[in-house]
Write a protein that binds this ligand. Structure first.
Ligand code: NDP
Length: 333
């Protein structure tokens, strides 16, 4: 007996997901476009058009390396995917980047995987893009002196991003390993039309700056509140666990402290959590999410002299927004 006829269509052949290697990313993901895409993702977050659990972190037996998974759904533009990230701080001794991984993008209609991208260059760009969005929303329009603490991957992408959003006239940088700092200064000086100088220490670099980016792997404060000039804006990017911080309690107490996502900050932002534990701040929560400021649900900077901080922990929706740009550049949809 033959089986009953059904209306089921013939199984379609699924497309093979494209793989984008690290060297291909710069041509497919410009900082300028990524800033706009990440801003849209923060707005989607504010409008409840995202789903993303807290990232999972598996600590590895060496005591300092970890494996992170960051899945998300983004409503605008529609995107579904995850970042799988390894964090191996010891890699620098091997000449390899400390942050490596993959971003996998799925078709939000069919669930089919469509794109796999090397996460390292995307992370560098999308993180700096988030800081640029925060700087555009919170920093003074005339911010022209930029201080960068750190001279690694994020220091490089942050300099590019800050130049996109503020009229930067001078850059001062510091990091503890002098040869790394010198290489950073030399490279950035050659790449951008702005004077970049190495500072003797963090304090010298930060004092008098309008904009400060902390992009170090330090687990303990590299930035003291007493160094911050009135009206300065800080992008605090480095520490991303409840027990580590780049900012001391005074810096948190002196500032209006904004975060990328409240739920993440209350679980992972040591800068804020440790300051609160020490009694430097009494509020139950930071001042607000960046997306709420962008959506004008909350005020951002209130006065020219106010010090503002954007605490970046890094969200999977930033990775999805960047991956969608890459997919679109490839002509995939
Ligand atoms: P790199 O390893 O490339 O650079 C790390 C930098 O930190 C180096 O300049 C190093 O200085 C400096 N550093 C290390 N230890 C200390 C210390 N004890 N005191 C002061 N400076 C120190 O890392 P990335 O640039 O890729 O990342 C920087 C930070 O940003 C990391 O903490 C990382 O986890 C975080 N990050 C955050 C993201 C987010 O979305 N918020 C996304 C990606 C990264 P030197 O070389 O001179 O010793």
């Amino acid at each position: 007996m033959s089986p009953p006829a059904t209306d089921a269509p013939e199984p379609a052949e699924l497309p093979t997901p494209r793989f984008i290697a690290a060297r291909e990313v710069p041509a497919l993901l410009s900082m300028r476009e990524c800033i706009e895409a990440v801003e849209k993702a923060f707005l989607a977050l504010a409008r409840d058009r995202t789903e993303q659990p807290l990232r999972t972190v598996i600590p590895l037996p060496d005591g300092r390396s970890s494996f992170l998974t960051m899945p998300a759904w983004l409503g605008d533009p529609p995107a579904l995917g995850a970042k799988l990230l390894t964090l191996f701080p010891g890699n620098h001794d091997r000449g390899i980047e400390s942050h490596q991984g993959l971003i996998v993008l799925f078709d939000p209609d069919t669930g089919s995987p469509v794109l796999v991208v090397d996460a390292a260059p995307v992370t560098a760009i999308r993180t700096a893009a988030a800081s640029a969005v925060a700087t555009r929303a919170l920093a003074r329009d005339d911010a022209s002196t930029l201080a960068i603490l750190g001279s690694g991957v994020q220091a490089r992408s942050h300099l590019e991003a800050m130049l996109e959003v503020r009229p930067i006239q001078r850059v001062r940088a510091w990091s503890p390993t002098r040869s790394h700092l010198d290489r950073f200064v030399e490279e950035m000086q050659a790449r951008f039309q702005v004077p970049v100088n190495a500072g003797a220490d963090a304090r010298t670099v930060v004092e008098g700056a309008d904009l400060v980016c902390t992009v170090t792997a330090s687990p303990t404060p590299v930035l003291e509140g007493g160094w911050l000039a009135p009206g300065c804006h800080v992008n605090a990017v480095g520490a991303s666990t409840a027990t580590t911080r780049e900012l001391d309690s005074d810096a948190v107490a002196r500032s209006a402290f904004f975060v990328d996502r409240m739920e993440s900050a209350l679980a992972e932002a040591g800068d804020w959590l440790l300051a609160r534990r020490e009694g430097a701040v009494r509020d139950e929560e930071p001042a607000g999410e960046l997306g709420s400021v962008l959506a004008e649900d909350r005020p951002g900077r209130r006065t020219p002299d106010q010090i503002t901080v954007f605490k970046s922990l890094g969200l999977a929706v930033q990775d999805l927004a960047a991956a969608v740009l890459i997919r679109d550049k490839l002509g995939g949809g």
